[in-house]
Design a protein around this ligand. Structure first.
Ligand code: NA7
Length: 538
């Protein structure tokens, strides 16, 4: 395959990250015969599923729509045990892929990429890790979407004498909550999962909430033997369905408009979708619910009613019901008895809008109203989403420009795959890429296959470098902005919008691609078929 004898680099490709995208990229590059090394900061494969081992962590998308589709053998031999499987099983699944394809021999574990510098004379990337230095022709980031956890800045956090963890840095051992006074800070998708689990056994659980979210019932249940047979016989249909829906999930938007149907029909549809497992009410709803404020008000009102029916105390309910944003404009957490925990005697909700934190003490947390004592504090406070890993490495492109500075005012990418000025740097699941907003494994497969085809093309043609043209990137950014402006997402703050109040320096801008996975794929395919328009080769 290698037809460029003048290459003097140590590796053809270095991949940063051994989650699903890094592993699949390694498999594809081996098929091309490229010398590839994967650098992974964890001690094992799995990425998100390696790090996020907090109690309650599980899929919010149907297990069988999340698994990788590239190997029929793998599909045939792997049995998901639940419709929305839990983290330990998903980590085992990732380990199974590594084992089946003998991937670990090409992965350096416990090694963090600290930076990379593009050598413009030799056209190679010099990659620095916590352990060594390596050179490569292509640098492929497979760093995932939620890899850099963020902690709040509360005075005294280091003084706390009990145990405290961010959910994405959970200890590799079982944590027993019985007889423990536990605090959870944060009520996003992670907080909701951990809260409903901890509430089962903790002596007391105090939830510190800033902004409430609209949670939907997940509807999880075990997969029966009959269902297993059915799923396996329908994999092709399942993946074809995912390839056709905006989000790459099984749920496709309803072509009707909420504003056009009768009140009865609308309510009946909302009710049906609410009782359908998974993201149905979010992604399978009337198509105007995410784009038209009046339609969105209707579904928001419906979910508010549903939440209030599940909570006994109307005052607590009023704190848990969002009024500052519309349903679906932020990530919708999926719940399995979340609201009902607030009916339990051992659970208490503290509204941080009313009584903000004053400090963390040796014994617990002090708000403006009260001193609390805890044995464990759990920070479910989110991530520097999508761009965090890039902000934590020094990736120096042409003229020594640091990628994090280049992206300080918001990412500039072409197809979410390349940034101008950073030749041969390919960003799987990067900003402005459908992967960051849609069913991630479905988009990972598309991204990896597209990048692999690009590299195959380059080696075949004897091309050394590929770089996104500035004009192509500018029009991709403009297109991404246009796509999101057609939705209600910009009407509120969230990680979608690059807003993380713990990182005030971040500029408010949309980080993902809202045009949908099929449109994204079509654009990528058109570019490739036309000879990679918008990319400059040398
Ligand atoms: P999210 O969705 O960013 O949620 C973080 C939560 O933590 C959210 O409720 C925040 O409240 C809260 N938070 C963050 N900082 C603070 C401080 N300083 N004080 C109080 N509360 C705070 O992260 P998740 O981990 O739940 O989910 C990330 C993704 O993982 C998710 O979307 C899934 O796709 C998987 P806020 O809303 O900012 O008021």
């Amino acid at each position: 395959m290698r037809e460029n004898p003048q290459f003097t680099d140590q590796y053809d490709v270095v991949i940063v990250g051994a989650g699903l995208s890094g592993m699949y990229q390694l498999i594809k590059l081996r098929e091309l015969g490229l010398r590839t090394r994967v650098i992974e900061m964890g001690s094992d494969v799995g990425g998100t599923w390696y790090w996020n081992r907090y109690p309650g962590a599980r899929f919010d998308s149907e297990s069988y729509s999340y698994g990788m589709s590239f190997s029929e053998e793998l599909l045939e031999e792997w049995d998901w045990s639940e419709h929305f499987s839990a983290q330990p099983e998903t980590l085992r699944y990732c380990q199974r892929i590594a084992e089946k394809f003998d991937l670990k021999r090409d992965i350096d574990f416990d090694t963090r990429v600290t930076g990379a510098r593009y050598d413009e004379t030799q056209h190679i990337w010099q990659v620095s890790t916590s352990e060594n230095q390596l050179n490569c022709r292509f640098l492929v980031t497979a760093v995932g979407v939620f890899s850099e956890p963020t902690l709040p800045e509360i005075d005294g956090m280091d003084d706390f004498q009990g145990d405290s963890w961010h959910t994405a840095r959970w200890p590799h051992r079982a944590v027993d909550f019985s007889n423990k006074r536990v605090a959870v800070i944060g009520t996003g998708a992670t907080g909701v999962q951990v809260i409903q689990e901890v509430a089962k056994t903790a002596d007391s659980l105090t939830v510190f909430q800033r902004r409430p979210n609209y949670c939907l019932p997940l509807g999880n249940k075990p997969i029966t033997e009959l269902e297993q047979v059915d799923i396996k016989s329908r994999y092709q249909e399942i993946f074809e369905r995912c390839a056709s829906t905006t989000g790459g999930f099984l749920h496709a938007p309803d072509s009707r408009l909420a504003l056009e149907v009768s009140d009865e029909e609308r309510e009946a549809t909302f009710e049906k979708l609410y009782n359908t497992p998974g993201f149905a009410l979010w992604l399978g709803n009337f198509r105007d619910c995410g784009t038209d404020q009046a339609a969105n008000d209707m579904v928001s009102d419906f979910v508010r009613r549903k939440i209030s029916e599940r909570i006994n105390d109307p005052i607590i309910a009023s704190k848990l019901i969002p009024t500052d944003h519309g349903f679906g404009t932020r990530r919708v957490p999926m719940d399995s008895g979340y609201y009902e925990v607030y009916n339990q005697d051992n659970v208490r909700l503290v509204d941080l809008i009313e009584t903000p934190f004053r400090c963390v003490t040796a014994k617990g947390i002090e708000t403006t109203a009260e001193d609390f004592e805890f044995d464990i504090i759990i920070y479910a406070t989110g991530f520097d989403a999508i761009v965090g890993s890039f902000r934590n490495m020094d990736i120096l492109g042409r003229d020594g420009v640091n990628l994090k500075d280049y992206w300080a005012e918001g990412p500039i990418t072409y197809l979410g795959i390349q940034a101008p000025g950073f030749p041969n740097l390919l960003t799987l699941v990067g900003p402005h890429n459908a992967s960051t907003f849609c069913n991630i494994p479905r988009c990972i497969e598309q991204n990896v296959e597209w990048v692999s085809d690009l590299l195959a093309f380059m080696y075949k043609e004897g091309l050394e470098t590929v770089e996104a043209a500035s004009e192509a990137a500018a029009s991709w950014v403009e297109h991404s902005e246009e796509m999101v402006s057609m939705t209600l997402i910009p009407t509120t703050d969230s990680w979608f919008m690059n807003v993380n109040q713990n990182l005030p320096e971040k500029k408010r801008t949309f980080l993902a691609y809202a045009g949908g996975a099929p449109r994204y794929k079509q654009k990528c395919d058109e570019v490739a078929e036309a000879g990679y328009t918008g990319f400059i080769f040398s």
